[in-house]
Design a protein around this ligand. Structure first.
Ligand code: CMX
Length: 133
């Protein structure tokens, strides 16, 4: 499997509209607008930084995964996403190595990417997303 780069760092926030100000106006990153990924009950906002991006994540409802994360841990880094060349192949390779996966089959993420999460037990407690664009 080939990890190409850090695709993005996901940051859970209470509200994109409020948080956006720091990333866009204070840091001067460009704001690419928001996108809601309904199946995952989350709204995302991407800010490109070189070849990678910061992704703000806002829950669409409190009982969603990001809503529960915020309630339990507060705002902060929610996941790190690595871009891979071929996500299906990467998942098969990880499965063959006995790595515990949250998603064995890729699903649709923001921006038309295919994504899959590795169980944080395997990754020192950090939620790692694989992503193919
Ligand atoms: N950081 C660290 N650990 C986390 C975590 C996080 N952000 N989110 C979940 N976990 C842990 C849980 O505590 C749980 O641990 P235990 O098994 O020890 O209890 C384990 O991971 C599995 O979590 P779960 O909630 O029981 O499992 P689910 O399959 O229901 O959901 C997940 C897992 C990661 C998909 C979900 O919690 C989540 O975060 N969904 C939102 C995904 C998201 O950010 N989507 C945006 C996609 C846009 C994009 O990036 O392209």
């Amino acid at each position: 499997m080939k990890v190409l780069q850090v695709d993005h760092i996901g940051v859970a926030v209470s509200g994109i509209e409020t948080s956006r100000v720091f990333w866009q106006e204070t840091l001067g990153l460009s704001f690419e607008g928001t996108e809601t990924v309904s199946e995952q009950k989350v709204t995302t906002a991407f800010f490109p930084v070189g070849e990678s991006e910061v992704e703000l994540l806002e829950a669409t409802e409190p009982a969603s995964p990001v809503g529960k994360y915020l309630e339990k841990r507060g705002e902060g880094i929610h996941h790190i996403a690595f871009r891979v060349e071929n996500i299906q192949e990467a998942l098969e390779e990880l499965k063959a190595k006995g790595v515990r996966l949250i998603d064995e089959i890729p699903r649709k993420g923001a921006g038309g990417a295919l994504i899959a999460f590795i169980h944080p037990k395997e990754t020192n407690g950090v939620l790692v997303e694989l992503c193919e664009r």
